[in-house]
Design a protein around this ligand. Structure first.
Ligand code: SF4
Ligand code: SF4
Length: 327
């Protein structure tokens, strides 16, 4: 319940970010007075650019001043994934929140007569899961291996990068029939299979999963206390067979704690390393969310949150982007 409330709050927050950014974009391209503000959080939806900025920052020490919030959000996501698994996916990401709402709607309508949860066969789950890792491998190859610092700098200073947020907005506001059909298919698939996008297609989640794999924190099952009721597996949003594992190490675990909350045997599911004292399950989302807020606070206080691009440069880039989409 708490997770649903936090997710709903974030969906609302990102909807407000979208409205605010739309107002800013509309004012800036119309040429009138600009009273709206550009919300830096919009850069959270530019993860490929943030990946390039991260590589450039590591290699040169130069922090991205064009989309600084995007880089701060990526750093926060990576650190929180290591400390507390994929809390960003299960508590913060609006796509995760929408996926969860679709799962709930499907249970209340299509599958309301279903007595038992039907899980995808393990082979199908594995095959589909590989898709997001293939997408991640492609992006890592293109950014981490193929682009050197000169290429990243050229991209960073170009009009395309300056208007990347506007292009994303236009992608949704000027949606083509093909894009609308693709989104409709994804919604239908999310009705049929829990969290379809997050589990099988999101490369950002795949990256966080690989980092979370190295995390010392994981769900641990006490086999001696377990009564094999399988409530944990039924509650898991990514269909991990928790009831059959002694510890959940897989990068697919989002750290949502639904399994721990559903287990009727106190102390049977805990968080930590097998045989070692672990954290309270409530601490995991607290640490994950706390890390995200901490990085945001540091970025704001040190001037690494707001973009330094002058308004006239942004105006030219946004107008260019609009011309491309609506000539
Ligand atoms: S194993 Fe537990 S913590 Fe991990 S995703 Fe499934 S329900 Fe959430
Ligand atoms: S919910 Fe708890 S008791 Fe039931 S199968 Fe899972 S770990 Fe065992």
């Amino acid at each position: 319940m708490l997770r649903a409330l936090v997710q709903a709050a974030y969906v609302l927050f990102f909807a407000l970010v979208g409205f605010e950014f739309h107002a800013f974009y509309a004012q800036i391209v119309s040429g009138g007075a600009v009273t709206a503000h550009r919300p830096p959080a919009v850069e959270g939806f530019l993860p490929i650019g943030a990946l390039m900025s991260l590589k450039y920052w590591i290699l040169t020490g130069d922090y991205d001043r064009i989309h600084p919030a995007g880089l701060a959000i990526l750093v926060a996501a990576l650190v929180s994934a290591f400390l507390a698994r994929k809390v960003l996916c299960s508590w913060v990401c609006p796509i995760g929140g929408i996926s969860r709402a679709l799962e709930w709607a499907a249970k209340k309508t299509l599958w309301r007569r279903r007595k038992e949860e039907v899980l995808l066969p393990a082979w199908a789950d594995r095959a589909l899961t590989s898709l997001k890792y293939l997408l991640l491998a492609f992006f890592l190859y293109a950014v981490a291996l193929k682009m050197d610092t000169a290429a990243i700098l050229a991209f960073r200073q170009g009009a395309y990068n300056h208007a990347a947020d506007a292009k994303m907005l236009l992608f949704f506001t000027g949606m083509s029939a093909a894009t609308a059909a693709t989104l409709a298919v994804l919604v239908l698939l999310s009705f049929a299979v829990k969290n379809f996008w997050c589990r099988y297609l999101c490369p950002y989640g795949a990256l966080l999963g690989l980092v979370s794999w190295m995390s010392p924190q994981r769900v641990v099952r006490d086999g001696a206390a377990c009564i094999d009721c399988r409530a944990c597996t039924r509650a898991c949003p990514v269909e991990i067979r928790v009831h059959g594992k002694s510890s959940v190490r897989t990068p697919e675990c989002t750290g949502c704690m639904s399994c721990v909350g559903a287990c009727p045997v106190e102390g049977c599911l805990t968080v930590g390393r097998r045989g070692k004292a672990g954290w309270s399950p409530y601490l995991l989302p607290l640490v994950g969310l706390g890390t995200i807020f901490l990085v945001w606070g540091i970025a704001r206080l040190t001037g690494h949150w707001h973009s330094q691009v002058p308004l006239d440069r942004l105006t030219d880039a946004y107008r260019e982007a609009r011309e491309l989409v609506h000539p």
